[in-house]
Ligand binder design. Structure first.
Ligand SMILES: Nc1ncnc2c1ncn2[C@@H]1O[C@H](COP(=O)(O)OP(=O)(O)OP(=O)(O)O)[C@@H](O)[C@H]1O
Ligand SMILES: [Mg+2]
Length: 450
């Protein structure tokens, strides 16, 4: 855990701004004859887009998944009002938010109409077209994170190019135009080498250097849109969708890590402890906070790298930097997510301020909360759908077995392999904490019966 080095500067700026806003509020209160909150001269007078007596801002959330549901939950104690743009009334967040618009986030007029009732727009996914976000900004709606930052989480090609320019270590990579180009890239990897221009092609030869990882640059999630290909012949599939494809070396990593940070428009930023993230079948399964056995220097390096990326890209809100830890003790960036992230779900019960609470604070430009852990170890295990649709009947056993267990369910229909919830456990003994989380998730899913 570390605070950005300019924390002191940020605090001073915040105090200056509060003072200015407070003075404005005082002047305004005088004119309006209200005995507003300006008596002490330091409290800003928040007036959202709503007239009359509504004095809390409205956060507009695009996307109705579980991340929106948990962000909404985090805003409730602060009295933050929440408005949701959701695909269907059944979506995870649409079940619990009172102000829901059902509509298509790909349609600009739908977005515009939705945004008119909001003080700020944020997201639970990265799929809103970048040009629509620019249009909302041009309409004067704060979009956080803004399109110039978010595009790096939307497009893996843009992300790689920018990280290269910043000197951030990544797997070797190249945008490829077809299977022959993939083979050329693989051959280049085998040579250990330097980039060869993509127009040289592979000439149909069976190159070495495979396997190679191929990714569609936009639209992937939970491993969808990612292929591990062992030959030129196998490389045809990713190109069928007609979207650009990014080729990457297959990193021989020892484990996956995530460095999670939150940054506000003021430039204040906080870093959560670096976590270990274990995937099964391309889907996040277990997260351990902090990453066990991680060298202090490497952890600090990863946190500082994530803070630097957030600052350089102008991220506002939560940024997850997915990392590979290599055998020779380096970290490479896999990808960026600019929203609350599965690798941060542990923080709901394991940190002083959760990723969701800090995301809400950040998009509203409030001072950020302390990201430090509450316990020595916190473990999060995702609950995937199994063969038993009735998960509630498992609560009796799980809760009785472990009174410290925290269950978070998303209100989603139970379908095999679908993420429907997660559990958090914490304590001093990692083996015990891991066992309890795994047991609960397995029991809820139905793969463990006692
Ligand atoms: N270059 C690589 N080398 C080795 N493994 C990789 C590589 N890129 C991706 N993977 C594996 O595939 C998983 C999914 O890849 P990535 O994170 O790029 O896909 P995604 O579907 O966009 O993300 P998410 O699962 O986070 O939604 C990674 O977590 C990692 O396990
Ligand atoms: Mg990923």
């Amino acid at each position: 855990m570390s605070w950005e080095t300019d924390r002191e500067e940020s605090r001073k700026r915040l105090e200056r701004d509060l003072e200015t806003t407070g003075k404005k509020a005082l002047a305004h209160a005088g004119r309006a004859g209200r005995a507003a909150c300006a008596g002490d001269g330091i409290r800003p007078d928040w007036r959202g887009r709503y007239p009359r007596s509504v004095t809390f801002p409205v956060v507009g959330m695009v996307g109705g998944g579980q991340l929106a549901r948990m962000t909404h939950e985090a805003g409730i104690p602060l009295g933050i009002r929440f408005k949701l743009l959701s695909d269907t009334p059944q979506d995870s967040a649409a079940q619990v938010v009172s102000d829901v618009v059902i509509g298509d986030y790909r349609d600009l007029e739908t977005l515009r109409a939705f945004a008119r009732g909001c003080d700020v727009i944020t997201f639970d996914h990265e799929h809103v077209p970048t040009e629509h976000l620019r249009a909302l900004e041009a309409d004067g709606i704060p979009v956080r994170p803004g399109p110039d930052a978010l595009v790096h989480a939307q497009d893996k090609g843009v992300m790689r190019a920018r990280l290269d320019a910043l000197g951030v270590p990544c797997p070797r990579h190249r945008i490829v135009s077809g299977p022959a180009d993939v083979a050329a890239f693989a051959a280049e990897l085998e040579r250990g080498g330097h980039e060869v221009p993509s127009d040289k092609g592979g000439g149909g030869r069976r190159a070495g250097g495979f396997p190679v990882v191929l990714k569609t640059v936009r639209g992937g999630y939970d491993g969808k849109g990612v292929w591990l290909v062992g030959s030129e012949e196998e490389a045809a599939e990713p190109f069928r969708a007609g979207v650009p494809v990014l080729a990457e070396e297959k990193v021989d990593f020892v484990r996956e890590l995530a460095a999670n940070v939150v940054r506000s428009p003021h430039g204040q930023a906080v870093a959560y402890p670096v976590v270990e993230s274990r995937q099964v079948g391309g889907v996040c399964d277990t997260v351990i906070a902090p990453a066990p056995g991680l060298d202090d220097d490497l952890a600090l390096h990863a946190e500082q790298m994530a803070l630097r990326i957030a600052q350089e890209l102008g991220v506002v809100g939560h940024l997850a930097v997915e990392l590979f830890q290599t055998r020779d003790g380096r970290v490479l960036v896999n990808e960026l997510a600019m929203r609350p992230h599965n690798s941060g779900h542990w923080s709901m019960d394991g940190a002083i301020t959760s990723q969701f609470a800090n995301h809400v604070r950040a998009v509203l430009d409030l001072p950020l909360g302390d990201p430090r852990p509450r316990a020595k170890w916190t473990v999060m295990v995702n609950v995937l759908g199994g063969d038993f649709p009735d998960m509630y009947s498992a609560y009796l056993h799980c809760m009785a077995r472990d009174p410290q267990l925290k269950i978070h369910m998303y209100g989603k229909d139970v379908k095999p392999g679908r993420k429907v919830g997660h559990v958090n456990t914490y304590g001093d003994d990692l083996d015990d904490v891991l066992e309890r989380a795994r047991h609960a998730a397995g029991y809820l899913r139905g793969t463990i019966t006692e």
